[in-house]
Design a protein around this ligand. Structure first.
Ligand code: HMG
Ligand code: MG
Length: 306
C-alpha cells in the first residue's frame, strides 16, 4: 500500500511526558510548553489528565492548566479522563475533547486504573455518552497492545476486543499504546491487522513508547498498512507510572524528521519543534531525549560558531 500523503501527530508530552516526572513541574512551565508546541504547528496537544491526584500527583494542577492555556483556533487540547468524576472536572474546566483509557491486559488494567477490563469498559460507557451529550469528542486508548509489564505477551485478539469496544462506544479514534515499547515491526503489523478487522484503519492511531528504540521502525511498519495518526512526545519525555522502566513516547522531533524524509506532510516546523524540546529539557535539567534534536542543535551550534 502507498504510504499516506499526510500524517497527524498528536502531541502527548504535556500529559504522557510530564506525568512521570519525579520533580514537581510548575504550572507556568506546562502552560508555556503547550504554547510553544502550538507555535511549532501541532494541531492536537494532550494538555493534562483529570485523574486522581493521589495516583498521579503531577497532573493535580489540571484545572489550572486548562484555565491558563491559550486555546488556538484549529488546535485540540484533549485531556485524559478515567471516570465520571474526571469527566465532570474536565467539563467544568472547559475541555472540548477527552480521552478514556483502557488496556488489553487485565494485570495492567488493575495496576493503572484499579479495575478489570470489563469494569473499565462499563465505567467508560456513561462517560462517553455524557461527553457526547455535551458535544465533547472522545478518543480511546488501549494500553499494552504489544506486551504487558506484568503479564508478558498480549494477544492481538485481546487488543482488537478492547479497541472495538471503545470504537463501538463512540470513540472517534482509538490510540494503540505500546506502553513498554517492546514491540517490533512484524508484531506491530500483526496487531494492527487484527484490530483493523474490527475498527476502520482510518480511526486508529499508533502510540509507541521508545524503550527498546523500535518506535520509529514501528511507525514505519504502521505507515505501510495505512495508519496516518501517531502520538509523540516532545523531546521523548515521559514513561508510565504503572510500567516501571518504560521510556517516553517516540520523540516528536524524530517523527517529524522521518515524515519529512518520506515527503509526508505533518504541518510541523522542525526548527520550532526542536527549540520547544530544547526549552522543556533545559527546564527539567537535561538534554532532549531525541537523536534528531541533538543532531539538529549540534549543527546549529556549529553553524553559529563558524
Ligand atoms: P480508585 O482509587 O479505585 O478510585 O482509583 P475511587 O473511585 O475509589 O476513588 C479514590 C479517591 O480518588 C477518592 O478520593 C476519589 O474522590 C478520588 P478520596 O475520597 O480517597 O479523597 N478520585 C478522583 N479524584 C480526581 N479525579 C478523578 C478521580 N477519581 C477518583 N478522576 C482511578 C481509580 C481510575 C481514579 C485511579 O486509578 C486513577 O486516577 N488512575 C490514573 C492512572 C493514570 O493516570 N495512569 C497514567 C495514564 S495512562 C497511560 O499513561 C497510558 C497511555 O499513555 C497509553 C499507553 O502508553 O499505553 C494512555
Ligand atoms: Mg503512553
Amino acid at each position: 500500500m502507498a504510504l499516506p500523503l499526510q500524517v497527524k501527530i498528536v502531541e502527548v508530552g504535556p500529559r504522557d511526558g510530564l506525568q512521570n516526572e519525579k520533580q514537581a513541574v510548575a504550572t507556568d512551565i506546562k502552560v508555556e510548553l503547550i504554547a510553544r508546541l502550538g507555535d511549532a504547528g501541532l494541531k492536537a496537544i494532550e494538555a493534562t489528565a483529570f485523574v486522581a491526584p493521589k495516583w498521579v500527583p503531577q497532573m493535580a494542577d489540571n484545572a489550572v492548566v486548562m484555565a491558563r492555556i491559550e486555546r488556538r483556533a484549529g488546535v485540540a487540547y484533549p485531556v485524559l479522563v478515567p471516570n465520571e468524576k474526571g469527566l465532570d472536572a474536565a467539563l467544568a474546566a472547559g475541555a472540548r475533547e477527552i480521552a478514556v483509557f483502557g488496556a488489553a491486559s487485565e494485570a495492567f488494567s488493575q495496576k493503572n486504573i484499579n479495575c478489570s477490563i470489563a469494569a473499565s469498559l462499563a465505567r467508560f460507557a456513561p462517560v462517553v455518552a455524557k461527553a457526547q451529550a455535551a458535544d465533547v469528542r472522545v478518543r480511546g486508548y488501549v494500553s499494552c497492545v504489544l506486551g504487558c509489564p506484568y503479564q508478558g505477551a498480549v494477544a492481538p485478539a485481546a487488543v482488537a476486543d478492547v479497541a472495538a469496544a471503545l470504537y463501538d462506544m463512540g470513540c472517534y479514534e482509538v490510540s494503540l499504546g505500546d506502553t513498554i515499547g517492546t514491540g517490533t515491526p512484524a508484531a506491530t503489523q500483526a496487531m494492527l491487522e487484527a484490530v483493523a478487522r474490527r475498527v476502520p484503519l482510518q480511526q486508529l492511531a499508533g502510540h509507541y513508547h521508545d524503550t527498546y528504540g523500535m518506535a520509529i521502525a514501528n511507525i514505519y511498519a504502521s505507515l505501510e498498512l495505512g495508519v496516518a495518526v501517531f502520538d509523540a512526545s516532545i523531546a521523548g519525555l515521559g514513561g508510565c507510572p504503572y510500567a516501571a522502566g518504560a521510556a517516553g513516547n517516540v520523540a516528536t522531533e524524530d517523527v517529524a524528521w522521518l515524515m519529512r524524509g518520506l515527503g509526508i506532510d505533518t504541518g510541523l516546523d522542525l526548527d520550532r519543534l526542536v527549540a520547544a524540546g530544547a526549552w522543556i529539557s533545559a527546564q527539567l535539567g537535561r538534554a532532549p531525549n531525541s537523536k534528531v534534536a541533538r543532531a539538529w542543535l549540534a549543527k546549529q551550534a556549529q553553524t553559529a560558531g563558524a
